[in-house]
Design a protein around this ligand. Structure first.
Ligand SMILES: Nc1ncnc2c1ncn2[C@@H]1O[C@H](COP(=O)(O)OP(=O)(O)O)[C@@H](O)[C@H]1O
Ligand SMILES: [Mg+2]
Length: 275
């Protein structure tokens, strides 16, 4: 299946091997000639990527190739670093987020992020989930209770924690903490969830649970996941972008990347010749 994107007309067409149009998914994120420098070192080079709605998009590539930098530009976390300079454009839902009139607060209510190491707040499970909604002014206890249950159910952890909502989140296992962090993301009803190696600190069983959860969440959210683990990308993603030295070498349907890549460097990487 080939992916054609016509940025100017905002039209996206997915075409199967026989040339039939199979769907018409919307673009969530779209980068145009995106470059990023840390001082004099260029970490992202001319990135042109379109991320589609209700898909899991995996970002793979060797350590230091710019995966975290890329995902952190999508919610403007990199701009906290003084030496960072960016050129090009990033559009989220057709609006340029690098535009000064686009506030970070606005963006962060639409785009949630889950990090490599689970980072719950040192508060109760309940307060972890209600933190975001409270900031947004929700005070009603019944509504907060409902958000807590919905978010924890959405992150497939409700049954494990429903009888200990007042306990400190630090008492949960690593895998449970990570699902709690996903639940905390869901509480603000985001559109997109960014994940930077979300299972790299987890045991295999917790990893499997989070992978199943990601598959389930794509019905309602668009997910971009950085992963070191190629099997994970192959298992859970619809599209895969292979990054190398700050460039996107290849971006395509995941099955294609792993069975029949176009570029020799992708082939070398997925067959384990480097990385
Ligand atoms: N805060 C920073 N200041 C300077 N250089 C950085 C910073 N963060 C990352 N880099 C550099 O940018 C490049 C890409 O890093 P990163 O995005 O973390 O890659 P990855 O996530 O693929 O391992 C690396 O060369 C790294 O050293
Ligand atoms: Mg990284």
């Amino acid at each position: 299946m080939a992916v054609l994107s016509d940025r100017e007309n905002k039209k996206v067409t997915n075409i199967d091997r026989d040339g039939n149009q199979v769907d018409n998914k919307k673009i969530v994120y779209d980068t145009k000639d995106l470059n990023l420098w840390y001082g004099g070192d260029q970490a992202l080079k001319n990135i042109n990527l379109s991320i589609y709605e209700n898909e899991v998009t995996a970002i793979i590539g060797p350590s230091g190739c710019g995966k975290s930098t890329f995902i952190k530009t999508l919610n403007r976390m990199v701009e906290l670093i003084p030496v960072v300079r960016i050129s090009g454009d990033i559009r989220y839902r057709e609006k340029s987020i690098l535009d000064k009139s686009y506030t970070v607060e606005d963006l962060r209510t639409k785009v949630g992020m889950v990090f490599q190491k689970p980072n719950p707040f040192p508060k109760s499970i309940y307060d972890n989930i209600t933190y975001g909604p409270r900031i947004h002014g929700i005070k009603n206890k019944a509504i907060l209770d409902e958000i807590v249950e919905r978010s924890l159910r959405g992150a497939a952890i409700w049954d494990e924690v429903k009888d200990r909502l007042k306990e400190n989140a630090y008492g949960l296992s690593g895998g449970q903490q990570q699902r709690l962090c996903i639940a905390r993301c869901l509480a603000i009803e985001p559109d997109v969830i960014l994940m930077d190696e979300p299972t790299s600190a987890l045991d295999p069983i917790s990893t499997l649970k989070v992978e199943e959860l990601i598959q389930d969440l794509k019905k309602d959210y668009s997910i971009i996941i950085v992963t070191h683990n190629m099997q994970q990308a192959a298992r859970i993603s619809d599209k895969t972008a292979f990054f190398l030295n700050g460039e996107v070498v290849e971006f395509d349907v995941t099955d294609k990347i792993f069975s029949n890549p176009k570029d020799n460097r992708t082939e070398d990487y997925i067959t384990g010749r480097f990385g």
